[in-house]
Design a protein around this ligand. Structure first.
Ligand SMILES: Cc1cc2nc3c(=O)[nH]c(=O)nc-3n(C[C@H](O)[C@H](O)[C@H](O)COP(=O)(O)OP(=O)(O)OC[C@H]3O[C@@H](n4cnc5c(N)ncnc54)[C@H](O)[C@@H]3O)c2cc1C
Length: 382
């Protein structure tokens, strides 16, 4: 049983504690799913999560509009990640993929949200390009205004849900100004002519991922989200909501690694006594628990700050993401060590956590980039 004491921290309300309990029980019954075919697994997960109402917090409820509750997003991600990384991925992408619509969409554009919240449509966030990942302000894909439509040309890569998504939120250069001020955001349904899957990408922890090609893909002018030139601001606002949730997913992986290590230390005998009696083992467990609690404090501080109405949580979210993902890597590495040979056995839980955590230190802003962000915030405030 995972430590639940953090739920009594003042960041949370009773509804958050109830959510954590109910979702944990749901996960114990429904997860993990078979990962053999990741596309099928993600489709199944989105459908199941949607059917049972867990995707509702990922996007605006158009019948009862209000801000996204970041604590709910974080608790959900932490809990799902503790049970099944692909379940966390499926949940997270429904939010990241539709974030631009929740925050900036017109009522007409927001019709998608009813479908994604019910698990009846899958969404994707298409920002990165082969030559601009960290350096997104220099993205090259173009969107040319042509009468009452836009023509999109170029490439996007590393797009999660690429190949299985029903809609892509695509960022392209409309050229109002050089750099960040000349980018706009568009809704591009998967069946749009000219949009194709150029390549499926395989990674150490398999997820649906693709490189997308846009060859004069035409979308109506009504597909533009916000105003021309708003795209970079829209992308950053979406990441401002979802970046701390990446830390929450890392926290879920780390908590699972700690739980597995505590069980292993209690169950395994070494040198005629429980492994847990060895002080070096206790040292590992103490370090892991410290990292988990410290990461949780930063993640839920960021989520709480956003939920309390802070317009931006750039510093808090960057700290949460950086610390939680980097420390989760260390916690999971220690778990592998404590499991001995079993720790590197294919498909052992700590082996899969070891593969699962790595990409979180790269996407939605690499760890190095988060350090730059934090330093700018700290020095700018001085
Ligand atoms: C599994 C996975 C899923 C992803 N899903 C999506 C998605 O759904 N949508 C999407 O748009 N993108 C997605 N990405 C792309 C991801 O956001 C980029 O990979 C990331 O931004 C890094 O860009 P890059 O790969 O081009 O690396 P680069 O930009 O080339 O950076 C390489 C390294 O350089 C260092 N670096 C970069 N900038 C700085 C700096 N300013 N200061 C110091 N060091 C720096 C960092 O160590 C960084 O890791 C995903 C990536 C992965 C791996």
């Amino acid at each position: 049983m995972s430590d639940r004491s953090f739920l009594n921290w003042p960041f949370f309300e009773e509804r958050h504690r109830q959510l954590a309990d109910q979702l944990d029980a749901w996960c114990a019954k429904n997860l993990p799913v078979d990962h053999h075919d990741v596309d099928a697994a993600c489709r199944e997960l989105v459908a199941k999560l949607g059917r049972d109402g867990w995707l509702k917090p990922t996007a605006l409820d158009t019948d009862n509009p209000g801000p996204l509750d970041v604590r709910t997003l974080c608790i959900t991600r932490e809990t799902l990640a503790r049970h099944d990384g692909l379940a966390d991925f499926s949940f997270a992408m429904q939010g990241l993929g539709t974030g631009a619509l929740s925050l900036f969409g017109t009522p007409d554009q927001q019709h998608w949200l009813g479908k994604t919240r019910a698990g009846k449509a899958i969404s994707a966030f298409a920002l990165s390009e082969p030559r601009s990942g960290s350096d997104v302000a220099n993205l090259e894909m173009t969107a040319t205004h042509d009468g009452d439509s836009y023509m999109l040309s170029g490439e996007k890569t590393w797009i999660s849900n690429g190949g299985i998504a029903d809609l892509y939120i695509v960022f392209a250069r409309t050229g109002e100004a050089p750099g960040a001020k000349g980018i706009s955001a568009f809704i591009v349904p998967a069946e749009t002519e000219g949009l194709s899957i150029a390549e499926r990408l395989e990674t150490i922890a398999p997820h649906p991922l693709a490189r997308l090609s846009f060859d004069n893909a035409r979308v109506p002018a009504s597909a533009l989200i916000g105003k021309p030139g708003d795209g970079f601001r829209i992308a950053m606002s979406v990441l401002d909501v979802f970046r701390s949730t990446v830390g929450a997913a890392a926290l879920g992986f780390a908590r699972r690694a700690l739980d597995e290590s505590v069980s292993r230390a209690a169950e395994r005998e070494l040198f005629g006594a429980p492994m847990a009696d060895l002080q070096m083992v206790q040292g590992h467990i103490a370090d892991m628990a410290l990292d988990v609690d410290a990461a949780a404090l930063l993640v839920y501080r960021a989520a709480w700050t956003k939920d309390m109405g802070a317009p931006r949580v750039t510093r808090e979210a960057a700290m949460a993401k950086l610390f939680a993902t980097d420390r989760a890597q260390e916690v999971i590495d220690a778990a592998v060590q404590l499991h001995g040979g079993d720790g590197v056995r294919k498909d052992h839980i700590v082996e899969s956590l070891y593969r699962e955590i790595r990409a979180l230190r790269i996407y939605e802003g690499a760890s190095d980039v988060q350090k730059v962000v934090i330093a700018r915030q700290v020095m700018g405030a001085a």
